[in-house]
Design a protein around this ligand. Structure first.
Ligand code: GLY
Length: 313
């Protein structure tokens, strides 16, 4: 009997949707991806293929801080990170600080079957050349202007205006994209991709290409967003998956992990699916940009209360 496919995606976390055109525009952007990818899952594609497609679509949308529209680092360069983890194989692959590629997730996908599965800057650039992927510039005018403005202010802010360009001076910004899918065979896969925090030091490594930010087993699959350092300190994705493996339900695992993160004043969010098809999301940030398809309906987390919270379907 085929399993009912499930899907959840995110376009980051933050404190306002103002700079992204408001709730309706963000909802529409997320729902378009959910509908496209869910259609593929319902037609029988693998969770891995669905996750890669979802990540590519989100990387192509300049609203989100991954692929096209990635933020610039302190030296004015874009360096992106992405990871893929197959729950079935329990195998992680990823790239850290790669430049000039349209879809960093494609490199993570290629590395799933490579003996060397996580490559950083120079190695990732070599792989791009080997695969003969076209050189691509993911820079957008908005990100450039943001960086120029920041430079004028001598980098007084610490992160780029990924979520709320309307109030960049006071905002903490937490953009990333992620996709989690359960396919008809009951296989789970997760993918995460990011341009990083923005204005960070050269060589800073994001959580997105670590098991802290992107982790899956046969039991559950989780993608995180938010401040990478907070996610790493909580080891959030792996923490939630281990709790599910040890017998807590997915929603209990989210609630316990987010309650702990809240006590430590972390700024983060996560989405996930378990092998039974339960879907969950959680945040300590004010806003989590997540949307899902549970086989019956499409829903989202955009209007969750501002206080820390978790939801499920
Ligand atoms: N969560 C993305 C980053 O901090 O790089």
């Amino acid at each position: 009997m085929p399993v009912q496919p499930k899907l959840i995606i995110h376009g980051g976390a933050g404190s306002s949707l103002q700079g992204k055109g408001g709730v309706a525009a963000v909802r529409q952007a997320l729902y378009e991806v959910v509908e496209d990818v869910y259609q593929q899952l319902a037609a029988g594609v693998s969770a891995e293929a669905a996750v890669v497609l979802g990540c590519q679509l989100l990387e192509d949308n300049p609203r989100f801080n991954a692929g096209t529209g990635s933020v610039l680092q302190s030296d004015g360069q874009i360096r992106m990170s992405a990871a893929l983890m197959s729950g079935d194989r329990q195998r992680f692959s990823g790239v850290i600080n790669v430049a000039r590629v349209q879809h960093p997730i494609d490199l993570a996908e290629y590395l799933q079957t490579s003996p060397d599965r996580v490559l950083s800057d120079q190695g990732a650039a070599e792989l791009l050349r080997e695969l003969q992927l076209p050189v691509y510039n993911p820079l957008t005018e908005l990100r450039l202007q943001e960086w120029l403005q920041e430079r004028q202010q001598n980098f007084s802010r610490t992160m780029a205006g990924v979520v709320a360009e309307g109030d960049v001076a006071s905002e903490a910004r937490r953009g990333t994209i992620g996709v989690v899918a359960l396919d008809q065979q009951g296989h789970l896969t997760v993918g995460t991709s990011t341009g990083g925090k923005g204005f960070e030091r050269i060589g800073r490594v994001s959580d997105s290409a670590m098991p802290a930010g992107n982790y899956a087993t046969g039991e559950a699959a989780i993608s995180c967003t938010g401040i990478g350092e907070d996610i790493i300190d909580e080891c959030l994705a792996a923490r939630i998956v281990v709790r599910v493996t040890d017998g807590l339900s997915l929603i209990q695992s989210f609630e316990r992990s987010f309650s702990e993160a809240q006590k430590r004043q972390r700024d983060l969010g996560a989405i996930g699916i378990d092998r039974t098809g339960a879907i969950a999301w959680g945040k300590t940030s004010e806003i989590l940009l997540a949307a899902y398809h549970d086989g019956v309906q499409v829903g989202d987390s955009l209007e969750m209360p501002v206080e820390m919270g978790c939801g499920f379907s």
